[in-house]
Ligand binder design. Structure first.
Ligand code: SAM
Length: 339
């Protein structure tokens, strides 16, 4: 069981038999081992898939929005890696609690739980640390003031990006990659204007959808399919596409778990760290598996930090790897699947 779940289990007397909202849970057995009336809100599709079957479907919600649960005894947030995501989640959770009810925050010391006092102090006068174990802390505050209802518009950012050939409207939410700006790596990938092979194009780890949006206008013969693990990214990508009048399919996937069929091209600025530690395993798994989704002669076009040793992996699984563009930080790679 995850360390955060173990520390919650140690305080089982606080939670047993209660009506609880658990937000951003890891995919483990906590809801089975700690008997309570659970509702779970996940924005991570891997956790949501991992927890499927642990609870009735309506008690496990994968969304950018918190499920509306009545008569809660308490709400628990497992600290996300981005502090602004924690603020976004608490702003939705706390209005569901009556005054006098507790909200808990649990997380790893290396993962920002040290900010708990400040985060919880907005909702009650006395945030307190209840436990510290397994490199984690458990905090609580009793909600002691009226809290404004959550309005998505207050958190949703809409901004314009200007490319040589087009302006673009993008929508973003807290914790979505490159919130409110264009990532330097994505910018380099988009500076490469050579056409993509016509047909179905997969945008892996789409974030707010910037790669597909720009490339869809440049490649009218392509149909784009966007996937991401993050429910907030999926919402933002759908909104961005609609705002710019671009038609494309957007859905959740953990890696290529929910990607079916073959594509004439796959584009990506692949994730290379998750959580607190630097980690390239998602990208490595992606290179290994993407061959199944590339048509013969299909192109993989990605951008990555120049120091990441991706070319040997790309060559092992797909084919000769060409550098299309580079600057002092990033490289744009292209590889074509054997025809
Ligand atoms: C470097 S960002 C790129 C976002 C966007 N394409 C851009 O260029 O701005 C990588 C994206 O991959 C997503 N991601 C992380 N792990 C993933 C996984 N296992 N499966 C699918 N997407 C994942 C993240 O949520 C993030 O949106």
């Amino acid at each position: 069981m995850d360390n955060t779940s173990q520390i919650l289990e140690r305080s089982a007397e606080l939670f047993s038999g209660q009506r609880l909202l658990l937000v951003n849970p890891p995919a483990d057995g906590l809801t089975r081992s700690l008997s309570a009336d659970w509702t779970l809100w996940c924005w991570d599709y891997a956790s949501s898939r991992g927890l499927a079957g642990a609870l009735p479907e309506e008690r496990l919600v994968f969304s950018h929005l918190c499920p509306q649960v009545d008569d809660l005894d308490a709400a628990i947030l497992v600290m996300p890696k981005a502090i602004e995501r924690a603020e976004y989640a608490l702003a939705q959770m706390v209005p569901l609690l009556a005054q006098g009810k507790p909200v808990y925050l649990v997380g790893e010391k290396k993962g920002g739980i040290t900010r708990a006092e400040k985060l919880l102090g907005r909702y009650g006068a006395h945030p307190e640390k209840l436990d510290s174990a397994r490199h984690c802390q458990l905090w609580r505050v009793i909600v002691d003031q009226p809290v404004a209802p959550f309005l998505l518009e207050d958190w949703r950012q809409q901004y314009e990006l200007r490319f040589d050939d087009q302006p673009l409207q993008l929508v973003s939410l807290p914790g979505v990659f490159s919130h409110g700006r264009l990532d330097e790596g994505s910018e380099l990938l988009l500076a490469e204007q050579r056409p993509l092979p016509a047909g179905r194009v997969l945008d892996f780890g789409c974030g707010s959808g910037v790669l597909s949006l720009v490339m869809a206008r440049r490649n009218p013969g392509c149909r784009f399919e966007l996937v991401d693990i993050d429910a907030l990214a999926i919402y933002c990508a759908r909104q961005s596409l609609a705002l710019n009048g671009v038609e494309a399919e957007v859905h959740a996937s953990d890696g290529l778990s929910d990607v079916h069929g073959r594509f004439s091209a796959v584009i990506s600025n692949p994730p290379f760290h998750t959580g607190i530690r630097q980690d390239t395993s998602i990208a490595e798994r992606f290179f290994e598996q993407v061959t199944r989704n590339l048509q013969p002669g299909g192109e993989l076009r990605i951008v990555a930090n120049g120091f990441l040793r991706y070319p040997p992996l790309i060559e092992e699984h797909i084919g000769p790897c060409q550098v299309l563009r580079e600057n002092n930080r990033f490289k744009v790679y292209s590889a074509v699947a054997p025809g």
